[in-house]
Design a protein around this ligand. Structure first.
Ligand SMILES: Cc1cc2nc3c(=O)[nH]c(=O)nc-3n(C[C@H](O)[C@H](O)[C@H](O)COP(=O)(O)OP(=O)(O)OC[C@H]3O[C@@H](n4cnc5c(N)ncnc54)[C@H](O)[C@@H]3O)c2cc1C
Length: 323
């Protein structure tokens, strides 16, 4: 088997930033699901069982669970333990030939995993830097600072990531990032060093109609697999890749496999976003629900299940979404 990567290194889209592998959308642990598909979590990872959720300077809640809510991972080529480098090593150890610096023609490969395609609807910008603080995670939901998006701040093992995600109107991101830096510096009383590494990336959220293009199986963000509410796309990228590989080796047909495993999640996340943007009280409601629960995982899991409530809301938001 051969894998083509157009860059000379894997993970060039990222710059040693922390990203979260979500662990709430299924009852079982995401790492067990990945293991069951033959992917070993050999990458650097820190489990987070709690995270601060802020609506404003005054309204902060601790969201917690007895089990990890998410795993912080490193992305990019720089760190040997990044998700990208760990997967590269695993593939090589399994005998895969990796052709770095070689672009593949999407229609000529069996599986295409080329990352974002289509119109960008979200923009993430941020900074990675050294910070001598205990492990910590916080998310700020504030339209004034990050319109229709959020700010996130993660600290682990002496390293921090501060990011801002804006959705829809992608203008003014430099000012938005500066405002996020100011807010985080003020709240947690430190200064982001001038040496911080900057990064940026776009995303587009779309529910695919089909993931077969000719004979090519399209996976990950190239297929549109990503949480439309908050932009989590790592788990769906790895899972869809595994489902495509299983299909090629004679297992369940890819179209029916992604429809059964990923479509309900995608539909729910898309409706979540519509409600989040349109209903003024949605952020507050989410905040209260998560704040008052001793275990946020089931709350979030219900949010990402295509439940009867989602089905009921669906006709009301579908027109506006073009879903
Ligand atoms: C700044 C930022 C922060 C994020 N944070 C999170 C987070 O916290 N949690 C989360 O779950 N998700 C997060 N995401 C989304 C997540 O990173 C992506 O959804 C995920 O990486 C998608 O994986 P992928 O393999 O589909 O695509 P990518 O990771 O984009 O990989 C695609 C690869 O294909 C290569 N390629 C493209 N075309 C070709 C070609 N024709 N031939 C050869 N190679 C090609 C590219 O060079 C690239 O290396 C974030 C995204 C961004 C931009």
């Amino acid at each position: 088997m051969r894998v083509y990567e157009r860059s000379h290194q894997v993970g060039r889209r990222f710059n040693d930033d922390f990203q979260g592998l979500e662990n709430w959308s299924t009852r079982g642990d995401c790492l067990d699901e990945l293991r069951a598909h033959g992917v070993e979590p050999t990458w650097w990872s820190v489990p987070f069982s709690q995270s601060e959720l802020r609506l404003s300077a005054l309204r902060a809640a601790v969201v917690r669970s007895p089990r990890p809510l998410f795993y912080a991972l490193r992305r990019g080529a720089a760190h040997p333990g990044s998700l990208d480098n760990a997967l590269l090593r695993q593939a090589r150890a399994a005998g895969v030939e990796i052709c770095l610096g070689q672009r593949a023609e999407p229609s000529a490969v069996q599986i295409f995993a080329g990352g974002p395609s289509g119109r960008p609807v979200a923009l993430a910008r941020g900074l990675s830097f050294a910070l001598d603080r205990p492990e910590f995670s916080a998310t700020i939901l504030c339209d004034h600072l990050a319109p229709r998006g959020y700010i996130y701040f993660l600290v682990a093992e002496g390293q921090a990531t501060l990011g801002t995600v804006q959705v829809g109107d992608l203008r003014g991101s430099t000012q938005r990032l500066q405002a996020a830096v100011d807010a985080v510096e003020r709240r947690w009383e430190f200064r982001v060093p001038a040496t911080a590494a900057a990064w940026a990336g776009h995303a587009g959220f779309a529910i695919p109609r089909h993931c077969m293009r000719g004979r090519t199986l399209v996976v990950g963000e190239a297929a549109g697999f990503q949480d439309a509410l908050f932009g989590f796309g790592i788990r769906t990228a790895m899972l869809s890749g595994a489902l495509a590989a299983i299909s090629l080796s004679g297992g369940q047909d890819y179209e029916s496999a992604w429809r059964s495993r990923l479509l309900p999640y995608m539909r729910a996340s898309r409706l979540n976003r519509a409600v989040y943007e349109r209903a003024g009280a949605a952020k507050s409601l989410l905040w209260h629900l998560l704040k008052s629960s001793p275990d946020a995982r089931p709350v979030l899991r219900r949010l990402y299940a295509h439940s009867p409530i989602h089905q009921m809301l669906s006709p009301f938001v579908r027109a506006g979404l073009g879903a």
